[in-house]
Design a protein around this ligand. Structure first.
Ligand code: C2O
Ligand code: CU
Length: 626
């Protein structure tokens, strides 16, 4: 028979559905190959050319298959697709022996994963076509077209997703503040601590992989959190980071006002420190208070693995008998505390420096520690003293990630004092407001005991009051308007595809990082930020190298003590005004401290006029600060 090897007859039956679907799958794979070609052409020409050729071949074969299907063509296409899938498996497992990074496995991305799925499905269908018995009569030729519709829609959806992912890759190279030719400028790399005669405190922090309680963690000097660094106000601090991790890293000094070059942000103020390398940070600890340090390279990954610790700057004159830091960390529902006991005698005064390093879920909600057994004062927030704080009893103190509160109290005569972290239930449900969270509070499972004696009375957690910083303490002179610069910081989110993957894109002023227009300031200006949260999430907004004064919340002015913060917890649909003086030249991060949100784009910079960065972020340098 003339058409012995032809599949034409099969088009009218189920084989027709298989035929059209195989064609569509092949066209989808071709589209994805075209979409990834440009970035490959830039990176390594032969690979780029290869993807163009493969894409063209797939288009020709797919058209030919639909027009003149033969067994031989089906087998040929199946073999070709199988070869592509094989190549992909090798490149993603052991790495190809040639190319820009020979012998190194590439990461699996969304676009290539979808492409491989389309190709594998097409292989199955092509093999079915090749072995299927040819039919003689063509009946109802529209039937296979209709039959192929569902798979066509699916293929189209997958292809569109993969193409979108391929066309929005991780940025290759971005400068947050490129030098402007012709205008005089200083490199931020020169904005270091000038030499001085201060007493020097030296530390070495070795980042390493450590085994703790059966978990593989990344640590500073083998512990999580890293060692508490305690220095005296006015001291010169020298910290040498020795990187023994398999990846590059940095250290950021959260909350400290220090020279820009010492800020530790990969791709902004330095290149990430490579494995085996070391790097020394040097700054004078100007402000007393409770601070912390953490990695600012791939922060979303590195911080939760264990790269964080407390940094305490003691005032020249100690004000309390007992002074201890407490680091909250882990995830909501599994919050851990770095100590369970603090020694104190009845009558002694105690300063408890609570640091929230807990990485929240998508809702970004705060931790709400509570001190029981004695009245206490919130003596400082983010390391900065409050004016005439009055005593509180059994009150929850909300802390967004990155924030700190110093709780000061006198040890009672007969009972011990406990700091409790209430675990919250229903972590995955989007929580609308802080009070709803409290109502959902489960019994506390984490606590720190201070001193000895009877256990304090346990209040009903659902009805304990919540600390409100805007009405606490008494007023004193503070920064006030008019301001030289007023800038909106509008926080919003929207689902989409960014950096090669689908995500809930988190935006500032309508753009995600690195496309958020920077806040431009000139040294000496007074600046007001009008922060508007258009989401149902919490955003602890953090500014580097500066301390801002809280002016209003939801348009109502702060009536209590002046509040000075480096991170302001902006609740769902809340509005805040904060003010500060631009007195520390450089290029500084402003971002949400919920690592998930920052990783999805909620990050921008404040750029001083006349300062540029010689560093760049992106896949080329490997500096990925979020
Ligand atoms: Cu604690 Cu930019 O971070
Ligand atoms: Cu956020």
């Amino acid at each position: 028979m003339k058409h012995a090897t032809s599949l034409v007859a099969a088009r009218s039956t189920y084989g027709g559905v298989a035929l059209y679907t195989a064609m569509l799958l092949t066209l989808g794979a071709a589209a994805i190959h075209f979409a990834v070609a440009p970035s490959h052409l830039r990176e390594y020409l032969p690979f780029g050319a290869f993807f163009v050729i493969v894409g063209c071949a797939q288009v020709v074969c797919a058209v030919q298959l639909a027009a003149r299907p033969t067994r031989r063509l089906a087998l040929l296409m199946a073999a070709g697709s199988a070869a592509l899938v094989g190549l992909w498996v090798v490149s993603r497992s052991v790495g190809l022996p040639f190319g820009p990074t020979p012998g190194q496995p590439e990461e699996v991305g969304l676009a290539d994963a979808i492409c491989v799925i389309l190709e594998m499905l097409s292989i199955v269908l092509l093999l079915v076509l090749a072995v299927r018995h040819p039919r003689r009569r063509v009946r109802r030729p529209w039937l296979p077209v209709v039959g192929a519709l569902p798979s066509a829609l699916l293929t189209l959806g997958l292809t569109a997703t993969a193409v979108a992912a391929a066309l929005t890759p991780m940025p290759e190279a971005v400068s947050a503040a490129p030098p402007t030719p012709g205008s005089p400028a200083v490199s931020l790399a020169d904005l270091t601590e000038p030499p001085g005669t201060e007493p020097v405190d030296r530390f070495t922090l070795v980042t390493q992989e450590s085994q703790i309680d059966g978990q593989r963690l990344w640590t500073y000097n083998g512990t999580v959190p890293g060692p508490e660094l305690r220095v005296q106000q006015g001291d010169r601090v020298q910290v040498t980071l020795v990187n023994q991790l398999p990846v590059a890293t940095t250290i950021h000094w959260h909350g400290l006002r220090l020279p820009n070059a010492e800020d530790g942000v990969a791709g902004l103020t330095q290149d990430a420190v490579q494995p085996g390398q070391s790097y020394t940070y040097e700054f004078v600890a100007r402000d007393a208070g409770t601070y912390w340090y953490h990695s600012h390279q791939q922060t979303e990954d590195q911080l939760p693995r264990g790269l964080f610790g407390a940094l305490i700057v003691e005032p020249a004159q100690a004000t309390e008998d007992v002074d201890a830091s407490v680091v909250l960390y882990g995830q909501p529902g599994h919050v851990r505390i770095d100590r369970t006991r603090i020694d104190a005698q009845p009558g002694q005064s105690v300063r408890l420096r609570v640091i929230d390093a807990v990485e929240p879920g998508m809702d970004g909600g705060p931790e709400t520690p509570i001190l029981l057994g004695t009245p206490f004062r919130v003596a400082a927030l983010d390391g900065h003293d409050l004016h005439e704080p009055q005593p509180l009893e059994a009150t929850r103190v909300p802390l967004g990630m990155g924030q700190r509160a110093d709780l000061v109290f006198t040890m009672p005569a007969t009972n011990r004092v406990t700091l409790q972290v209430a675990e919250l239930q229903g972590q995955t449900s989007p929580v609308q407001d802080v009070f709803a969270r409290f109502a959902a509070a489960a019994p506390p499972s984490q606590s720190v005991t201070i001193g000895d004696g009877a256990a304090p009375q346990q209040p009903d957690l659902a009805s304990t009051p919540v600390f409100d910083e805007t009405t606490y303490g008494t007023p004193a002179s503070q920064l006030a308007g008019p301001f030289d610069v007023t800038a909106p910081v509008v926080l919003d989110k929207q689902p989409g595809i960014r950096e090669g993957r689908p995500q809930v894109i988190h935006m500032i002023n309508g753009q995600p990082a690195p496309d958020v227009p920077p806040l431009q300031v000139t040294e000496g200006q007074s600046v007001q930020l009008h922060i508007v949260n258009d989401t149902d999430e919490y955003h602890p907004m953090h500014i580097h190298g500066h301390v801002f004064t809280l002016l209003t919340r939801d348009e109502r002015p702060v009536t209590g003590s002046p509040i000075h913060l480096d991170s302001v917890l902006v609740g769902p649909h809340e509005t805040y005004d904060v003010g500060f003086i631009a007195d520390n030249p450089g290029v500084w991060m402003i971002h949400c401290h919920v690592l998930l949100h920052a990783g999805m784009g909620m990050m921008m910079t404040m750029n001083y006029a006349g300062v540029y960065t010689p560093f760049e972020m992106g896949t080329r340098s490997g500096n990925l600060p979020e």
